[in-house]
Design a protein around this ligand. Structure first.
Ligand SMILES: C[S@@+](CC[C@H](N)C(=O)[O-])C[C@H]1O[C@@H](n2cnc3c(N)ncnc32)[C@H](O)[C@@H]1O
Length: 327
């Protein structure tokens, strides 16, 4: 079973902090990597077999793993915020008239002012974002509920919108003025360009730190390789809240009375929870999600909050509010 324990480190601001540390107890000693990978790791980390005494040629597992980690980290480019606005592309769509709208988006175009109240001020959405964006009234309510439902002290001052999309939730977090920092991560360039632009439409572009990248990679770096993150992104897990509105791909959730979250693609519930669990997190999931699967994420007897978000009497999604855990 993968496990987290805490590692105490002195951080740049002079405080001691407990950082979650990942150990995978499933892996029997010495079986974790192929010989080729071991050789590459040792090379990159500056170990050469001929430099070692005979007694040292078999490196202890921990040392091999450390050298492998150092070697792979040293290859990772630094993850840093995007500092200049990305240009809009022809995939960043804005329609002025229904006649311009492709058939599969027309239903969403009719709801454009529920999606973004300031739609007419040139809000942009990619084709996928038209389907996936969180409608503004829901995003505003979620932002309010998250800031009032935090589990532990110290109070959180940073929120990371892991699947930033076109900015629906990040903009609402920034507008709520509850956070000193809002960080939005998005891996698709065109969608990120839309989000930066939409943040400008709402006047909150200076309150959101945008990252162009993979949020799971970001969380992994935060756990195991903070040196590969820009200083400004080395977040304190105790004062950080995560929000995840992942794609709801896989078997169409609308076709199921109860949506099996283990089938959600590309990231199922287990993958998301494993990645997020060192920090408090809120998961934005299909309204029909199987609540028993969500309940199993926390120890027996632990109560968690799950809220449905409705517009005009119909649920759009639910949000599960989950505490941090290290086991
Ligand atoms: C459902 S949408 C999020 C919508 C967003 N909450 C909004 O209101 O605009 C999911 C987004 O996650 C992005 N995404 C998917 N996998 C990702 C990953 N590993 N890291 C970062 N972004 C990812 C997709 O490109 C998509 O834009």
């Amino acid at each position: 079973m993968p496990r987290f324990k805490t590692r105490r480190e002195h951080s740049a601001d002079g405080q001691w902090r407990d950082w979650p540390e990942f150990t995978n107890t499933d892996e029997p000693e010495g079986t974790s990597q192929s010989p080729e990978i071991q050789n590459i790791s040792q090379e990159n980390a500056g170990f050469h077999e001929h430099d070692l005494d005979e007694s040292e040629t078999e490196l202890p597992t921990a040392r091999r793993q450390k050298s492998k980690k150092l070697a792979s980290n040293s290859k990772k480019p630094l993850m840093r915020p995007v500092t200049t606005k990305l240009p809009l592309t022809d995939k960043c769509l804005h329609f002025d008239d229904i006649s311009e709208v492709p058939g599969d988006l027309q239903k969403y175009y009719h709801q454009r002012y529920s999606i973004f109240r300031y739609y007419d001020y040139d809000v942009r959405l990619t084709h996928d974002a038209w389907f996936g964006v969180t409608p503004e009234p829901v995003a505003i309510q979620v932002a309010q509920d998250i800031s009032s439902s935090l589990f532990s002290t110290p109070l959180k001052d940073t929120i990371v919108d892991l699947f930033g999309g076109a900015g629906g939730n990040s903009i609402a977090f920034a507008l709520s003025e509850k956070w000193s920092r809002v960080i939005a991560i998005e891996k698709d360039t065109d969608t990120l360009a839309c989000a930066m632009h939409n943040a400008e439409v709402y006047g909150v572009q200076d309150y959101i730190t945008f990252i162009h990248g993979d949020c799971l990679d970001f969380l992994d770096r935060l756990k195991t390789a903070t040196e590969t993150l820009d200083d400004s992104l080395r977040l304190d897990p105790q004062s950080t809240m995560l929000f995840a509105s992942p794609p709801w791909g896989g078997v169409n959730y609308r076709d199921q009375d109860v949506f099996d979250l283990s089938t959600m693609e590309p990231y199922n519930l287990e993958v998301l929870h494993q990645a997020c669990k060192p920090m408090e997190h809120a998961l934005y999931l299909p309204r029909t999600s199987d609540l028993r699967q969500i309940a199993k994420l926390v120890p027996d007897g632990t109560k968690i909050d799950v809220r449905q978000y409705c517009m005009e009497g119909a649920s759009k999604a639910l949000v599960a509010f989950l505490p941090a855990s290290f086991d």
